[in-house]
Design a protein around this ligand. Sequence first.
Ligand SMILES: *Cc1c(COP(=O)(O)O)cnc(C)c1O
Length: 485
Amino acid sequence: MSYDKMIFEVSVPDRVGYSLPELDVDKKGLENFLPKDALCDEELDFPEVSEVDVVRHFTNLSMKNFGVDTGFYPLGSCTMKYNPKRNEYAARMDGFANIHPLQDESTVQGALRMLYEVDGALAEIAGMDKMSLQPAAGAHGEYTGIVTIKKYHESKGDFKRDKVIVPDSAHGTNPATAVMAGCQVIEIKSNDKGMVDLEALKAAVGDDTCALMLTNPNTVGMFDLEIKEITKIVHDAGGLVYYDGANANAILGQVRPGDMGFDVIHYNVHKTFSTPHGGGGPGAGPIGVKAFLKEFLPAPLVEKDGDRYYLDYDLPNSLGKVKDFHGHFGILLRTYTYLLTMGADGLKKASTIAVLNANYIQENLKDDYNVGFDRICMHETVLGGLKDDHGGEIKTLDVAKRLLDMGFHPPTVYFPLIVNEALMIEPTETESKDTLDAFIEAMKQIAKEARENPEELKCAPRTTEIQRPDETLAARKPILKYGDK
Ligand SMILES: *Cc1c(COP(=O)(O)O)cnc(C)c1O
């Protein structure tokens, strides 16, 4: 049996995957009981397969995926860390999984307590005062954050602040967010150290500045040492400063955006706090704000009065709701489990090791690959392609494709845009030295092949079902239906 077929194609008439006793209820009785228009009068076109066919079909399909549970997945800016299975256990607990968001507050005190404590812990880690747990993902958090900032300006009668400043190293969602929120984007250049150019920033701010969107360490993995100066320049111009905390893996327990002068932050708990992501699955992008912005957050907020937890809808200046009910509860529950099991010391240690691992890779690949910025990096390192690329013949794409043959998921490639032939590697704290060494070995092997046998590299990957799709066509005109060409 071929496992590349659809389950319908392996169907054989009258082959059944179950054996049940004869129906012993009166069929006519059933028809009288159910409304007429709820009855189906055609045979359903179900695949007719045996139980073992079904199990093998879906097990084999699941093995076509590459994930953190199958191998090293050093996708920079995505923080593909291991998701402890105890998070999944907690999320499936009856008392959490089977409650309803419209239940009376008195019957869901435990769930509200969980949300309240996630709120408190995330705010503490960021140096913020209050969180909104509603946003569904990182980009959604950004949007909610920028709208919060707009609300703040407008509450002071200031309606002309419609410019959002982003550095050229920013994640693509930042400028997209600014536009979605009705603002215009001003892009500023990074300096040769990969940091914000202060002069460019000074020239960009003014009485139309809504916010600066920044992340630190930034998207080239560098910590901006002038961060206090940066946030001051924006504040002096009357703007606020937004922290893209999607990748907070370098800073947990080390530094706090709130102390650097940031006013608003979003987290991607599906990256930093070990909840599963990828393939468009659910995430959560809670945002945190300084106290003066709390009144503008989406309603309701989770609050506590004595021993009682409750939802506070009494927020007259709230920007409204951005998500049904209370956000992605199950994802926040996984975050909670992770936070509790790690503790403050554990989170700090995770950050320390994440940074150590990235630097270990950077140091060991320096001889064979260009380094984007030759400084100690934070949780990720950006390489700039092969040093010896056979006269420009071997590209980062070839390196990435060859890694597939070697059993590794490639790093993020061609991002950030400001580094040529970028390979952005984020190993995370999850990986052992053995895994890092195996990856380094593979990268060095590829560098050797580029020198000695470049034609072979152009043919990689050889071990995957699809070798080199037309990437533009695949993105613009994806074939989403089986059988289409
Ligand atoms: C992943 C990421 C985002 C977007 O997060 P989503 O959950 O995919 O919407 C934003 N900024 C940075 C820096 C990221 O890495």
